[in-house]
Design a binder for this molecule. Structure first.
Ligand code: ATP
Ligand code: MG
Length: 426
């Protein structure tokens, strides 16, 4: 039997209703904050991620789907969205036309990871990028947008998550801190976990993210980044905190939170849950002022976040106890006689044009089997067309819940249903 590629999921049936619900929320909340949707291609030049995300990151180091296309160019299935958005912003000169650009995205990403619950090789992110502002108001707006999205998804959900924030200061802070970390860890190299030994050479900050027991005591003794921050970085971070406090958004400061990518500066944040085992991150984000220049653009300040949609859907299913029923067709049009089969299709088309959701028979079944199918679909109304109705230009409209029925002229079916179903006339 042919199966889906490992780590890649089909979404259908009851689960789909949950996806559609959260997708609707992404649109509504982004619109409330004045963000515009942005779509980029699934494939980018490999160099974009090598330069933008960084060779030392886990993503570029070991998680990318990279291949040569037929023309011999190295392309990569996007493993994250920030670098593509920045590439597109530079390519289309977006900041020249719109010096403060508020963008959101939603779509699939690809990372070659070990699949497990909440971790897949194709997964989806909803996220936003605020381009063009160096000020803490922008960091706070992005955190609020992430937080408000989760709040809109579920009141219970927002109670079960924790927001952690930190600051990395400027690129030079990071550089100085990186050296201090290397000095600290290198003396105890052999006691570090294998992964962290590798990180010591490629991305020492990432050691602080390690959950490996062997690393914990050394991490606890590591120098604090705070002492390397300059005055401006302190002020920036204090203002972000002030704005979050004023908005009543609860958070904790975690000075070990670094995030694994090369492009962050100043504020970084993560929203986690205790409900998903070790796949505990629901949302990650931060300021990435260095990125525009890293991928070859004019420097520009920016900040953004992304939410993992599979993890959000899992959380919702766990918290709200079960899945939503898929949305059903409201009406079934049923042919009671052979010669009513074609007219039934036409009645259905007319109703669909008026915004009613309708199913018809495409299996040439008996009237009884059609009616059973309508009940199974949980349609609210059946429109019955027989020889007499055809001759009179009418149909029998049957309420399937009450079994009451009425004869309605064919032209009147739409307004009749719109009235009874509460569908808006187009
Ligand atoms: P993790 O520590 O779980 O690997 P990450 O730091 O790699 O997460 P980000 O790159 O910050 O994740 O991506 C943002 C969000 O995307 C994460 O918080 C998570 O919800 C989701 N995510 C990341 N990788 C996966 C994956 N392989 N499968 C499903 N969701 C993912
Ligand atoms: Mg990861």
């Amino acid at each position: 039997m042919m199966k889906a590629v490992r780590g890649m999921r089909d979404v259908f049936g009851e689960e789909m209703a949950t996806w559609q619900r959260v997708e609707q929320i992404f649109r509504t909340v982004s619109a409330a904050f004045g963000y515009h949707e942005f779509r980029t291609p699934m494939l980018e030049h490999t160099e974009l991620f090598a330069r933008g995300v960084g060779e030392g990151s886990d993503i570029v180091g070991k998680e990318m789907y990279t291949f040569l296309d037929r023309g011999g160019d190295s392309v990569t299935m996007r493993p994250e969205m920030t670098a593509p958005i920045v590439r597109a912003a530079i390519e289309h000169n977006i900041l020249r036309h719109q010096p403060t650009s508020r963008l959101w995205y939603y779509g699939p990403l690809f990372r070659y990871e070990r699949p497990q619950k909440g971790r897949y090789r194709q997964f989806h992110q909803f996220g936003a990028e605020l381009l063009g502002s160096p000020h803490p108001e922008a960091d706070a707006e992005i955190i609020m947008l992430a937080y408000e999205t989760l709040r809109a998804v579920g009141a219970k959900l927002i109670e079960g998550v924790a927001l952690e924030i930190n600051t990395l200061g400027t690129a030079s802070t990071r550089e100085a801190y990186r050296e201090a970390l290397v000095q600290h860890f290198v003396a105890h190299r052999s006691t570090l976990s294998e992964d962290s030994q590798r990180r010591l050479d490629t991305n020492p900050l990432r050691i602080l993210d390690s959950k490996h027991p062997d690393d914990q005591s050394l991490i606890a003794d590591a120098p604090a980044l705070r002492t390397y921050l300059d005055e401006a970085a302190h002020m920036h971070f204090d203002t972000v905190r002030l704005l979050l406090d004023a908005a009543g958004i609860p958070y904790t400061v975690n000075d070990r939170l670094v995030r694994g990518l090369d492009y962050y500066s100043h504020t970084v944040f993560e929203i986690t849950t205790t409900q998903l085992g070790s796949q505990n991150a629901v949302c990650g984000g931060g300021r990435y002022d260095p990125l525009f220049e890293m991928v070859g653009g004019t420097p520009a300040p920016a900040v953004g976040f992304s939410i993992g949609v599979e993890r959000l859907v899992l959380l919702l299913e766990q918290m709200e106890g079960g899945l939503q029923p898929p949305s059903r067709a409201q009406v079934a049009v049923i042919a009671l006689a052979e010669e009513a089969r074609l007219p039934a299709q036409l009645v259905a088309l007319r109703l669909r044009r008026d915004g009613v959701s309708v199913i018809t028979d495409v299996q040439r079944r008996s009237a009884k089997a059609q009616l059973n199918a309508a009940v199974k679909e949980q349609a609210q109304y059946a429109i019955l067309l027989g020889t007499d109705e055809l001759a009179a230009g009418t149909a029998m409209v049957k309420n399937l819940a009450t079994a009451s029925q009425e004869t309605v002229s064919v032209e009147r079916i739409s307004p009749y249903l719109q009235q009874h179903l509460g569908v808006k006339a187009r």
